[in-house]
Design a protein around this ligand. Structure first.
Ligand SMILES: CC(C)(COP(=O)(O)OP(=O)(O)OC[C@H]1O[C@@H](n2cnc3c(N)ncnc32)[C@H](O)[C@@H]1OP(=O)(O)O)[C@@H](O)C(=O)NCCC(=O)NCCS
Length: 243
């Protein structure tokens, strides 16, 4: 169970890094960078649709294949993003300091009335952000939400070769059944409690606050970059003037 104090500590830790200027074109962080215990994962609304499409389109062909079970084209991804139902389903995302969506998960609730207590989970993490535990954290976050929404079983369809996804599911206690080159994992969820509802509320608040701070910090650095570029232009003009 995620403790509220851990959420507060994680928020403070995340805040420390925010004031470092985001380096344009900076490569992936060094391997040694430790994964934060708690990651600000926010629920995404309809205004994030374009960034969802952009994140998915930036996946390499093999990752698209692993994510969707087929080699999804840009058009198919665009259609998927365009038809996401933000009212019915829950979409979670992780943003970096440059406000790029680096990981997302889709918790799709069953539309079949006989299976109303079921939901399906799908996830993707940008290549540069892999191996930091984001996939597993998104899984935990989705499971917490599903549980609080009265879902008793969460399903994950994955290709049998998808070691990372199946590991995430197994680590969370899911049962994995292999059927040739495809596998299905299902996780039994316990009923919601006051704690699970409270934890989700705190986690969402923390993530929304983290996002708002990232927006403000980005605006600040963009403004500073503009001022610096103006100053350079003036200096260049002065150097180039005849007197
Ligand atoms: C699957 C995916 C989401 C994992 O994301 P991630 O953030 O790198 O995963 P995590 O860092 O949370 O790692 C989770 C576990 O998988 C393991 N793992 C990660 N990558 C692995 C790999 N390539 N091979 C084997 N194990 C791997 C980790 O060691 C960790 O296990 P541990 O906690 O026991 O050490 C990511 O690889 C991805 O986006 N793949 C393409 C899309 C996809 O396959 N989606 C899933 C189908 S819906």
């Amino acid at each position: 169970m995620v403790e509220t104090i851990d959420l507060v500590k994680a928020s403070i830790e995340a805040g420390k890094g925010l004031l470092r200027p985001p380096l344009e074109g900076a490569g992936p962080p060094p391997e040694s960078r430790a994964a934060p215990v708690l990651v600000p994962i926010r629920s995404l609304g309809v205004n994030h649709r374009d960034r969802i499409a952009h994140h998915l389109m930036s996946l390499e062909p093999r990752d698209r294949y692993l994510r969707f079970g087929f080699a999804a084209t840009d058009e198919q991804i665009q259609r998927y993003a365009d038809t996401l139902n933000f009212e019915r389903d829950e979409i979670f995302g992780i943003y970096n300091r440059r406000l790029e969506l680096i990981a997302m998960a889709h918790l799709a609730f069953s539309v079949d009335p006989d299976l109303s207590s079921c939901a399906e989970f799908g996830v993707s993490v940008s290549k540069s952000a892999r191996g930091r535990g984001y996939g597993a954290r998104l899984f935990d976050r989705a499971a917490m939400h599903a549980r609080n929404e009265g879902v008793s079983r969460m399903f994950i369809h994955a290709l049998s070769e998808n070691t990372a996804m199946l590991k995430i599911a197994r680590n969370a206690g899911a049962t994995v059944e292999r059927d040739g080159h495809e596998s299905e994992a299902h996780l039994q969820l316990s009923p919601a409690t006051f704690d699970s509802r409270w934890s989700e509320m705190v986690a969402e608040q923390m993530a929304q606050t983290d996002y708002r701070i990232k927006v403000q910090v980005k605006q600040f650095w963009d403004f500073l970059a503009e001022v610096q570029s103006l100053r350079r232009e003036v200096q260049d003009a002065q150097r180039g003037s005849p007197n």
